[in-house]
Write a protein that binds this ligand. Sequence first.
Ligand SMILES: *Cc1c(COP(=O)(O)O)cnc(C)c1O
Length: 364
Amino acid sequence: MEPRVYNFSPGPAVLPLKVLEEAQRNLVSLPGIGISPLEISHRSAWFEGVLAETEAHLRRLLAVPDNYRVLFLQGGSRLQFYMVPLNLLSGSTRSAEYIVTGTWGKTALQEAVRQGQVRVVYDGKATNFDRLPKPGELKLDPQAAYVHFTSNETIQGVQFAAEPEVGDVPLVCDASSDFLCRPLPIERYGLIYACAQKNAGPAGVTIVVVRDDLLERVPDGLPTMLDYRTYVKEKLMPNTPPVFAIYIVMLVTRWLLEDVGGLDKMLQRNRQKAKLLYDEVDAAPEVYRGHAQPSDRSLMNVTFRLPDDETQARFLSGAQACGLAELKGHRSVGGIRASIYNAMPLEGVELLAGFMREFAQQKR
Ligand SMILES: *Cc1c(COP(=O)(O)O)cnc(C)c1O
């Protein structure tokens, strides 16, 4: 096999090696069935089992209460930017409130304004999205249809440590890039969505967790496949779901339960990994300039800049030579972005931290 590098890509992103190896063993022929998971019918008993097990894993990992549905959709998180307001705002006299803390929140907002009244209650643009609103800074309407926020802004590397306080207004969260990185108080949410390809699996499936009473607000007459209720009514399968992607999510969530030991343990590991990198950033401020304010730093996407383009190019090529790949930041922030999702092994992060330390010493 071709040797693997440490893949710091923001998404699609690294998957647990154990998951890849199991999928590889079964790729050509599932034991006792003789059909590939890429070929098998979504109506098969095997896939019914996969779907049930994946849902059960998610419910266990996140302690999802019984009055929430777990759905597996397609179209990525960007389709959720449209489906959320279509289902929860269109036809309503209320307005939706958007907390815009980075590029993804801004993109979500652009879809919401097509569906009804929208109010931006926080916009971090003035400081290039390097910080989050402080508790008490948000002035929310208690009558709003919902409040939308992005728990982790993948491009800027800012992450909410706790949910914004919204009272009884349904809280809607784009958790695409930090879903399953820590336990969540699901009962504080109305709806959470996350495309799988950052932290939960491969591209092709998007997980939605939605509280039952929100489904009662959905207006009639929506396009069938854009109405959340269709997926509940049709037992998650109104059409052919992304069988293989869901199979991988099942293996990833099994890994989280059985190998990692749950989301508390995962959070400990994630904190340990992130600290290694932020410590290097803080130790060499003349070389590394962190993008996010320290209090709002992401555990998943570590963003920092180097003094100039030439130094950055040297950093990236030096890292690549050590097997540390996909570290270039997004063009809107520049610099370096190390995405260290659940599946990034500690050794990969230690190697990067060591590389950063040596690189800073050479610069001195
Ligand atoms: C990647 C990402 C998206 C976009 O997801 P797609 O599945 O490509 O549509 C949206 N929001 C956040 C926070 C992301 O990280």
